[in-house]
Design a protein around this ligand. Sequence first.
Ligand SMILES: [Zn+2]
Length: 467
Amino acid sequence: MSDTIKRMPTLSDIAALAKRRGFLFPGSEIYGGLANTWDYGPLGSELKKKIKDLWWKNFVTSRADMVGIDAAVVSSEKIWQASGHVAGFADAMVDCKVCHARTRADHLIEDFMEKQGTPLKVEGKPLSELSAIIHEHKIPCPTCGSADLTDARTFNLLFPVHVGILADNADLAYLRGETAQSIFVNFKNVLDSTRVRLPFGIGQMGKSFRNEITKGQLTHRMIEFEQAEIEYFFNPEVEKWEELFNRWLSDMQTFVVETLGVDASHLRVREHSDEERSFYSKRTVDLEYAFPYGFKELWGLAYRTDYDLSRHQEFSGKDLTYTDPMTNKKFIPHVIEPAVGIDRLVLMVLCDSYWDDTANKRVVLKLKPSLAPYTVAVFPLLRNNEELVGKAKDIFASLQKNFRTAWDDRGNIGKRYYYQDEMGTPFCVTIDHQTLEDGTVTVRDRDTTSQERVSIDKLQTYLGAKL
Ligand SMILES: [Zn+2]
């Protein structure tokens, strides 16, 4: 290895690379953009899909105690009344009386106090207390700097939709604010249609919607985002919740470090305080990642007791109990909820793999080979040499059957390498004059830039072994 060091990139480094190479594009860009929406481009959609597939495989299909569902996004108003979101799913916001910019009160205070060197967590504090802190410290508007801010007021995050043609309240539904509730409302359906027994979990991955008005950091806070949530049901008289909780926390960490290849020293576990935690939760932690803008929540883990199923049983009037097959005792199971945002996993992987290799004057995405959008790129040394191009096309066609393969014949080889390095492609195969003589190609390694001659008939095995 060279003597270069891995440096944490800035958010604008990540944003520039993401745009330049087609990982992320601002939503509705040609029409001036739509705040807090992002589109995944050709490389971003591949990376995201790989992460989603790995999550599903790791937490659902490879476990005997898990099943999955895929529920509707548009959902009954009653679900969200029962869950408490209609009444309480609101952020405290303050408006600037000068420039009218609206800011989340908790973020405003936390960012300000952090800069003052006196960090303070205010999540869950009442409006009056937030307002008092803002006025006491004369916290300025982040947009214009004026200290003339309103008191904190709440702003509901659910997206209402009107189903049907008449915009009548009877037709009111909501885009789901989280995937978890559709797991709870399908609990009985899953029990009745499968052979699951406690303890077991239901996993779901899909879009959720929150009417966020604070500008997020890249994809960190979006109005439309992808969640992967699990509700793990158990009998608290049989299972120790503390043990289940710790097992899930360890599974989450293992996934991030081993499956996604993230540096373990960039993670930390933050315990929620009594004030911050929901009243029904006995323990909640956040697995946080060191993003360029600080440690932020990646994955939440909460022991939610029997609160959610009890609420849905109360509001729907349907029996949501579980009958123990041994004792015939009926009860409402307790639940542990590991909930992660897929978009945050993607952003974390981009941040963690960004490598400014100053010694070789290049930027590299050091993605795990199994996550790279393209596994291998094929180059004919010269684009105007028919023999080289023909041979390269044969190799390209055969590799493509097993690996996502890129083709490049533009510019010189060095430029092609730099381009693939930024895409995170781990291997580049060059077909040159020697190939025509002895049937070998050059395989160049993204991270070390070292090159090796490999014979064409061993190429597939050589690459397969590195994945
Ligand atoms: Zn202002």
